[in-house]
Design a protein. Structure first.
Length: 134
């Protein structure tokens, strides 16, 4: 029987992720991410769990503020897609990486465990593309 994932479970994970990213809690991050996870970084670089964990462990990535501005969660049986808009303040190798980003995360639940299996980060443009011009 397939595990069914719930919106409440994803909301709880995202609330934990918000705290985890600020405190640089890599044990929790390691547990949450599937060993075969694929991540796409803002500049189009495709990476994996091992590389991502190494970046955070090296302290090259320093995040001082991470706030979820909006979230939309879609459920598909044992899979969930979280579409998040976040405000981030931080640096990478002393370079400013602050701004607003769109995070698209895919979670899957198997044998009662929820894992992040894919994630993509995009910088959000400073204007609303959905807004009609006057």
């Amino acid at each position: 029987m397939m595990d069914i994932i719930s919106k409440e479970e994803i909301v709880e994970i995202e609330n934990l992720y918000e705290k985890m990213i600020i405190t640089n809690n890599m044990e929790m991050f390691d547990e949450l991410m599937d060993d075969n996870a694929t991540l796409v970084l803002p500049f189009g670089i495709v990476t994996n769990k091992k590389t991502t964990l190494n970046i955070y462990k090296s302290k090259l990535q320093q995040i001082t503020h991470y706030k979820i501005e909006s979230k939309e969660i879609k459920l598909f049986g044992n899979t969930a897609i979280a579409n998040l808009e976040i405000e981030l303040k931080g640096t990478y190798d002393d370079m400013n990486t602050s701004g607003k980003f769109r995070h698209l995360k895919v979670y899957q639940k198997n044998n009662g465990n929820i894992k992040l299996i894919a994630c993509s980060y995009f910088s959000i443009s400073p204007f609303d593309l959905n807004e009609e011009e006057a």
